[in-house]
Ligand binder design. Structure first.
Ligand SMILES: *[C@@H]1O[C@H](CO)[C@@H](O)[C@H](O)[C@H]1NC(C)=O
Ligand SMILES: *[C@@H]1O[C@H](CO)[C@@H](O)[C@H](O)[C@H]1NC(C)=O
Ligand SMILES: *[C@@H]1O[C@H](CO)[C@@H](O)[C@H](O)[C@H]1NC(C)=O
Ligand SMILES: *[C@@H]1O[C@H](CO)[C@@H](O)[C@H](O)[C@H]1NC(C)=O
Ligand SMILES: *[C@@H]1O[C@H](CO)[C@@H](O)[C@H](O)[C@H]1NC(C)=O
Length: 840
C-alpha cells in the first residue's frame, strides 16, 4: 500500500485528522457538506448529520429544464422526510454539480419508489456520468419503506460534473429521491492492485483502477451487526456476513470491547477506511477441541457479475489474539488458486491495529467471488479471522451522450431562422467538441440535451430510435451475459488466425477466456442480424435452461452494441461429419480421421442421449429441428454433444406449431413434417436416422455427382437395406471390421428411424437402446477383428474390396494412412461449429 500520509490524532475520540500527503502538504479531511441533494423538494432536511438541500434551492447544483417534475409521496410510506419526495424525469435530463477539486468522489443515489410516482414498473432508466453508464436500464423493486441506495466511486477533475438520467423509451420514466456527491479522502482508492483471477495471481498488477468508476456490490461487516450511515464516517451502510458464509459452523463471532488502534501513519487504515464497529468485530475459526481438532478454512461466497473486474478490499484487525508475540499468521484465499499470507504483526506490530488489503479480482463465470481465510502452516497459533469485505465492480460500460433527440430539434430551429451559415458553424462546433471529448473521456463537456448510447463512442450513431439500445435480451439469463471486452480478449479482437469456421450466419473463433476456459465464439454477421435474432434468442433460452453431458454447453452470450455472440465450450475434435467424410470444396483440407465402428456407434449413442434428454428432459419437450452430422460435435475424448439449438422448439406442442414455416436442413428433413407441417419429436428421430446412415456409409446426404439412384443417401441406403444388401453401403474403411450382428441391428435401427410416418418410428429412448445393443453385439459376440474398435490399435491394412463412388477421400491418401490412429489427427484445428447454416 502506498500510504505515506500521516495522521495525527489529537484526542482519542476526536475525529479531526491531519494528513501529510505524499507531497508533504498538510490538509485536513472531513466529509464535505456538499453535495447532499433532496430531490423534488423545496425543503432541506437533516439526515445522518448532513443537510440534504432541496433541489429547488440550488446551491452549486443545477438541473436541466423541462421534462422533469417534483413529486411528493402523498401516502407517506417512509417516515424519513428525504424519501417523501422525488424528482421524475420523462425525457433525458441531468443534474450538474460544481466540483471544486480533482479527486475520487463518492456518488450515491437514493431510490424509494412510492405510489404517487405512478406505475413504478414503468420506471426503467439509465444513469450516465463521466462517459460511463453507471446504471444501465435499471429498475427499482418496489419495496417496503427502505430505500435502495446505489453507490459509486468516480475519479473526476474539477469543473462541472453532470449526471444524466435517461428513461428507457417513451413510456418509461426515471426518478431519484436523493443524491450525494462528495470527495473521498485522498488515496481512498489505490491506483493499482494485484490482479487475481480464477487461476490465481501471476505476479500481475492491475493499474487502471482509477480510470473506471466502480459500483458498490457488497459491503460487509464480518462478525458484526448492521451499521447504518449515522455510525459510519462516510455515511456508508455495512451489513452482517452471515448470509454469505459458506459453512456457518466454521466460524464464530468475536467482539473487541475497545476502540481499534487506528494508526497515525504507515500501513494502517484510517477511520475513514472503515469505522470502529467494523474493525471491532470479526469472525474467527470455530475450533472446537471437544469434538476433535481439525483445521479448515472459513469461506464466504459473494454473488457478483460473471466475467467482470472487481476491486475487493478485505479489512483486518487482530482482535482475536491475546498476545502480540509476533502473533498469528494465516492465509487469505480468493477463489482457490490465489493465496497470500496475512501476518498482522508484520504490518503493524501491535494488536487490534486496523489495516486492509486491495485486490483486483476478475470474476469467473460462476457468478461468485469466494473469499476464504484459513490457518497457515507457518503459524504456531492456528487460527484465521476477517473483519470486513467490500466488493466494488468496475464499470466499463461507456455511456457516451451525443447529439440527437432534443438537440437535433433545437438545431433545426436555429437552422431555419438564421440560415445555412450558422448551421455550418454549429456543425463545426459539434465536431470539435466531439473530437475534444474523445480525448478526455472523464470530463463531461456537454451542455446540450443529449441521447445516450451504450457500447462506446466508436459506436455513437445519432439515430434517434436507436438511442438506448433496447436490447430484447433484457429478460434473458443475465448470469450468462459476457462483456464484449471479455470476448475481444478471448479472441484477440477476432483474430482471423483464430477463426475455425464460417457460415451463412457469421464466423466462429476459437478462444480462451481470462479464466483459462477454451471456448468457441460464434459471432453472427451483423448483416444477417435481423434474421438471426430469433435464433440467437432461442439458443440462449434453451441452453441456459438445460445442462447435459451430451449437449454442448453455452458458456455465455454477448449482445452489446449490435453483436450477437454466443460462447460455447470448445469441442476439440470438431464435427462428427468431418471425421466421416470430406465435402468437396470445403475450406479446410485435413486428412480424414478414421473412426472405428465402435467409436462411431458410441458417438451415435452419445448424440441419442442428448436428443432423448431434449425430448423428455425436466424443462419440457424440446424439439431440436436441425439434427445433422455437423450439429454433433466431439470433445477431445470423442464424446458426442449435440449443438445448435437455434431452430429448436420448446413448450407444449399445441397445434399452433403446425403453422410455422418448415425449417431444418435439406437432406435431413422429416417428409411428414415437410408435407403436413406436423412437428413432433419424431421429426428429430428421422433426422437422426439420416445421421446414422452417414455414420455407416461415410458419404454426404446428397451428392449430385453420383448416379441418379445414389444421389440421395436416404433413398439409396433404404433401398439397399430393404434388399438386404447392407454390406454394399458400408464405408469401405470399415469393410469386414463390423460384427455382422451389430451391423444388422444397426441397419434395422436406421430403417425404423427413417419410416415415412412419424407414428411408425421409434422414440429416442428405443433408438438409444438399439444402439447400445449394437455396441454390445459388436463386442461380446464373435469379436472377429481384434483391432477394429480400438483407438490406439493400428490395424493391418485390409484389402479394399469396394470403394463407394461417393467416397470423397483425397486421392492422394494412402491406404495405410486410412488406418492411422485417429487420435493423432489434430482435429481441434479444424473444428467448425459452422457450416450449420449451409443447408438452410
Ligand atoms: C404497470 O405496468 C405494467 C407493465 O408496464 C403493467 O403490467 C401493470 O399492469 C401496470 N400496473 C398498473 C397498476 O397500472
Ligand atoms: C450506532 O449509533 C447509535 C446511535 O446513534 C448507537 O445507539 C449504536 O450503538 C451505534 N452502534 C452501532 C454498531 O450501530
Ligand atoms: C486445541 O487442541 C490443539 C491440539 O490438541 C491445541 O494446540 C490447541 O491449543 C487447543 N486449542 C484450544 C483453544 O484449547
Ligand atoms: C484452504 O483452502 C485452500 C485453497 O482452496 C487449500 O489449498 C487449503 O488446503 C485449505 N486449507 C484447509 C485447512 O482446509
Ligand atoms: C464458491 O461459492 C459457490 C457458491 O457458494 C460454490 O458453489 C462454489 O463451490 C465455491 N467455489 C469454490 C472454489 O469454493
Amino acid at each position: 500500500m502506498f500510504r505515506s500520509r500521516k495522521i495525527l490524532l489529537f484526542l482519542p475520540t476526536c475525529f479531526f485528522f491531519h494528513f501529510f500527503s505524499i507531497l508533504a502538504s498538510t490538509f485536513t479531511y472531513t466529509v464535505p457538506d456538499q453535495y447532499f441533494v433532496n430531490c423534488g423538494s423545496g425543503s432541506s432536511p437533516e439526515v445522518y448529520g448532513k443537510t440534504f438541500v432541496g433541489d429547488g434551492n440550488h446551491g452549486g447544483v443545477s438541473l436541466s429544464s423541462g421534462n422533469n417534475s417534483p413529486v411528493q409521496d402523498a401516502s407517506l410510506s417512509s417516515t424519513v422526510e428525504l424519501y417523501q419526495s422525488a424528482r421524475v424525469f420523462r425525457k433525458l435530463s441531468w443534474y450538474e454539480f460544481n466540483v471544486q477539486q480533482d479527486g475520487t468522489f463518492v456518488v450515491r443515489f437514493h431510490f424509494l419508489p412510492f405510489s404517487s410516482l405512478g406505475n413504478v414498473s414503468d420506471a426503467r432508466f439509465s444513469v450516465v456520468a463521466s462517459g460511463f453508464s453507471l446504471l444501465s436500464r435499471f429498475t427499482v423493486e418496489k419495496s417496503n419503506s427502505s430505500p435502495h441506495i446505489e453507490e459509486f466511486l468516480i475519479t473526476i477533475t474539477a469543473g462541472k460534473f453532470k449526471v444524466y438520467f435517461v428513461p428507457d423509451g417513451d413510456n418509461s420514466f426515471a426518478f431519484v429521491n436523493a443524491i450525494e456527491v462528495f470527495i473521498a479522502p485522498p488515496g481512498f482508492i489505490p491506483g493499482s492492485a494485484p490482479l487475481v483471477t480464477r487461476e490465481g495471481n501471476r505476479g500481475d498488477f492491475y493499474s487502471n483502477l482509477l480510470s473506471f468508476p466502480s459500483r458498490l456490490i457488497h459491503r460487509i461487516n464480518v462478525g458484526g451487526k448492521n451499521i447504518m450511515p449515522n455510525n459510519d464516517t462516510l455515511l456508508r451502510s455495512w451489513i452482517p456476513d452471515a448470509p454469505y458464509l459458506f459453512n456457518r459452523e466454521s466460524a464464530k463471532d468475536s467482539v473487541y470491547g475497545f476502540r481499534p488502534k487506528y494508526q497515525n501513519s504507515g500501513a494502517g487504515a484510517t477511520v475513514f477506511d472503515a469505522p470502529e464497529f467494523v474493525y471491532g468485530t470479526a469472525k474467527q475459526m470455530n475450533i472446537d477441541n471437544s469434538s476433535g481438532y481439525y483445521l479448515f478454512n472459513i469461506t464466504w461466497s459473494f454473488r457478483v457479475k460473471g466475467g467482470a473486474k472487481h476491486l475487493v478490499r478485505v479489512h483486518f484487525c487482530d482482535i482475536v489474539s491475546d498476545t502480540s508475540n509476533e502473533g498469528l499468521k494465516f492465509n487469505l484465499y480468493i477463489y482457490n488458486q490465489f493465496s497470500e499470507m496475512i501476518w498482522p504483526y508484520d504490518v503493524i506490530p501491535q494488536l487490534a491495529a486496523p489495516f486492509y488489503r486491495d485486490y483486483q479480482v476478475d470474476s469467473d463465470d460462476s457468478g461468485f467471488i469466494n473469499v476464504s481465510v484459513g490457518p497457515s502452516s507457518d503459524s504456531n497459533v492456528k487460527n484465521a479471522f476477517l473483519n470486513g469485505v467490500e466488493i466494488m465492480q468496475l464499470i466499463e460500460d461507456t455511456g457516451s451522450v451525443s447529439e440527437g433527440g432534443g438537440g437535433a430539434h433545437l438545431f433545426m430551429i436555429i437552422g431555419s431562422v438564421v440560415g445555412g451559415v450558422i448551421l455550418l458553424v454549429v456543425i463545426l462546433i459539434v465536431v470539435l467538441v466531439c473530437l475534444r471529448r474523445r480525448k478526455s473521456k472523464a470530463v463531461e463537456a456537454f451542455d446540450r440535451p443529449v441521447v445516450p448510447f451504450y457500447g462506446g463512442s466508436s459506436y455513437s450513431r445519432t439515430t434517434d430510435n436507436k438511442t438506448v439500445v433496447g436490447s430484447p435480451l433484457a429478460d434473458l439469463n443475465l448470469g450468462l451475459k459476457l462483456h464484449l471486452s471479455e470476448i475481444l480478449y478471448a479472441t484477440k479482437n477476432f483474430d482471423t488466425k483464430l477463426m475455425i469456421g464460417e457460415g451463412g450466419f457469421g464466423k466462429v473463433y476459437k478462444g480462451m477466456l481470462r479464466n483459462g476456459t477454451k471456448v468457441a465464439v460464434k459471432r453472427s454477421d451483423p448483416r444477417s442480424s435481423d434474421q438471426g435474432l430469433p435464433e440467437f434468442h432461442t439458443e440462449i433460452m434453451v441452453l441456459s435452461k438445460i445442462r447435459h453431458n451430451h449437449l454442448v454447453s453455452l458458456i455465455g452470450y454477448c449482445d452489446e452494441r449490435e453483436e450477437m455472440i454466443l460462447v460455447y465450450e470448445f469441442m476439440e475434435k470438431g464435427t462428427f461429419r468431418e471425421h466421416l467424410y470430406k465435402i468437396e470444396s470445403s475450406e479446410v483440407s485435413t486428412p480424414r480421421s478414421t473412426l472405428s465402428w465402435d467409436q462411431r456407434v458410441r458417438i451415435c449413442v452419445g448424440a441419442a442421449k442428448g436428443i432423448h434428454y431434449l425430448h423428455t428432459g425436466s424443462s419440457g419437450v424440446i424439439i431440436h429441428r436441425d439434427i445433422k452430422s455437423t450439429n454433433i460435435l466431439l470433445d477431445e475424448h470423442f464424446v458426442a454433444k449435440v449443438a445448435d439449438f437455434g431452430l429448436s422448439r420448446s413448450g407444449p406442442l399445441d397445434q399452433t406449431h403446425v403453422s410455422t414455416e418448415v425449417k431444418g436442413s435439406f437432406g435431413y428433413l422429416d417428409p411428414e413434417y415437410f408435407k403436413y407441417l406436423q412437428l413432433t419429436q419424431k421429426s428429430d428421430v428421422y433426422s437422426f436416422g439420416v445421421v446414422l446412415l452417414e455414420a455407416l456409409c461415410a458419404r454426404p446426404v446428397v451428392d449430385q455427382f453420383l448416379p441418379r439412384d445414389k444421389v440421395s443417401l436416404v433413398d439409396w441406403g433404404m433401398s439397399q437395406i430393404k434388399k438386404g444388401q447392407l454390406e454394399q453401403i458400408v464405408d469401405p474403411l470399415l469393410e469386414g471390421k463390423i460384427n455382422p450382428d451389430s451391423l444388422r441391428k444397426f441397419g434395422e435401427t436406421v430403417e425404423k428411424c427413417l419410416q415415412e410416418y412419424g407414428a411408425d418410428r421409434p422414440n429416442m429412448v428405443d433408438v438409444l437402446w438399439d444402439l447400445e445393443y449394437c455396441l454390445q453385439l459388436h463386442h461380446t459376440v464373435a469379436p472377429r477383428m481384434p483391432y477394429e474398435d480400438s483407438m490406439t490399435d493400428v490395424g493391418l491394412p485390409m484389402p479394399v474390396i469396394q470403394r463407394l463412388p461417393s467416397h470423397t477421400l483425397a486421392s492422394d491418401e494412402d491406404e495405410s494412412n486410412s488406418y492411422i490412429d485417429s487420435s493423432q489427427v489434430d482435429a481441434g484445428e479444424v473444428f467448425s461449429l459452422l457450416k450449420t447454416g449451409e443447408a438452410r
